[in-house]
Design a binder for this molecule. Sequence first.
Ligand code: AMP
Length: 125
Amino acid sequence: MTYSYDDQNIFARILRGEIPNKTVMETEHTLAFHDIRPHAPHHVLVIPKGPYVNYDHFSAEASADEIVDFHRTAAAVCALLGVSPGKGGAGYRAIANSGPDSNQEVPHYHLHILGGRNLGALLPH
Ligand code: AMP
């Protein structure tokens, strides 16, 4: 499977420092920042610094270090936001839109972390 990465996408531009972001957390391989149009009181995007277009691309081609760093950072963001159930928080939803049927807008892999209120059903029926 070949994935084509557009290095002009908006998250690539954020990673190059060409446009600003509200950073929540940054590690060697991962950046977390506030979504510009939040859908919940807490809405943070977690992205790998590497050029991966979606979840399956990242899972297939990222190094073990990148994958571990990404997931540990996402969990640390949840803890920082106070939503981790294992740390007394009320919970959160993690969503990775991937490809056309998901309506993914930005072709750089990202995990939405949403919380701060009851998020209702996963999808409208
Ligand atoms: P998706 O539909 O899963 O690709 O989600 C893309 C998300 O990126 C949306 O929730 C947008 O609000 C968010 N977004 C787009 N541009 C920016 C930006 N410059 N800074 C922060 N979030 C952004």
